[in-house]
Design a protein around this ligand. Structure first.
Ligand code: ATP
Ligand code: MG
Length: 221
């Protein structure tokens, strides 16, 4: 299995109330599955993705990627593991404003000090494939929302991950930009990458093989 999520729970406290933002969720994904997650605002989707990406420690439960339990690794190991296997496209804008598109895409490489010519060539290839080579030297402030989103997707691909996780990759975009983003993601899936995306959009979910529905922290049918 590419991904196994077992009895995952995250409790938060608000004022004096404790509640489970994610409440006992289990599912799994094979290599090259494409799964979408839908649910109302506040139903726990981002919290779930953050735990799967190893960015947030669960109150209870397990996340296993390619047989490795994320929460048995220390911080440094989780970062290295994430860099090797996972591409994460966070909700909202996530580009660094003081870096160009090309520098943003290569950032995961720069961070692990593996920066080299091949990462440059691959980044340029990705830009070309996404048909946004013209953005290479542009800064995020001078890009449209859809362009920024596409650069964030390319950044998630630079380390050639087996699993790409995207949190609302088409939110706030018009139909045409959404379609461009989904074409890019569908292409990634076509090439054998597992895809897990959160979306509010039925059309976007329509690209996936299976849709999981979340309500108040739980998976429902
Ligand atoms: N750090 C935190 N501390 C306390 N409560 C939190 C924290 N992070 C999230 N929550 C709460 O957990 C619940 C789930 O939040 P989450 O961001 O996962 O929702 P979501 O489904 O992604 O919503 P949206 O569609 O608006 O992005 C919400 O009620 C939110 O207020
Ligand atoms: Mg969210």
């Amino acid at each position: 299995m590419l991904l196994e999520v077992k009895n995952l729970r995250k409790d938060y406290k608000r004022a004096t109330q404790q509640f489970s933002a994610v409440n006992n969720i289990s599912f799994s994904m094979a290599q090259n599955d494409f799964i979408s997650i839908m649910g109302k605002s506040g139903s726990g989707k981002t919290t779930l993705l953050n735990m799967i990406a190893g960015l947030l420690t669960p109150t209870q439960g397990k996340v296993t990627i390619n047989g490795t339990n994320l929460f048995e690794l220390d911080d440094k190991q989780v970062s290295a593991f994430r860099n090797q296997y996972l591409g994460y496209i966070p909700q909202g804008s996530s580009l660094l404003p003081n870096l160009t598109a090309l520098e943003n895409i290569r950032l995961p490489f720069s961070l692990t000090k593996r920066e080299n010519q091949s990462s440059l060539n691959y980044a340029l290839q990705l830009l070309e494939k996404a048909q946004i080579s013209y953005l290479k030297d542009a800064y995020p402030a001078n890009m449209s929302g859809g362009e920024m989103r596409r650069i964030a997707i390319l950044r998630a691909l630079i380390c050639q991950p087996q699993l790409v996780i995207a949190d609302e990759p088409t939110s706030d975009l018009d139909e045409e930009s959404s379609a461009q983003i989904m074409a890019l993601l569908a292409d990634i899936h076509q090439q054998g990458t597992g895809l897990l995306i959160v979306t509010h959009d039925n059309d976007v979910a329509g690209y996936s093989q299976r849709t999981l529905k979340m309500s108040s922290g739980r998976l429902i049918d």
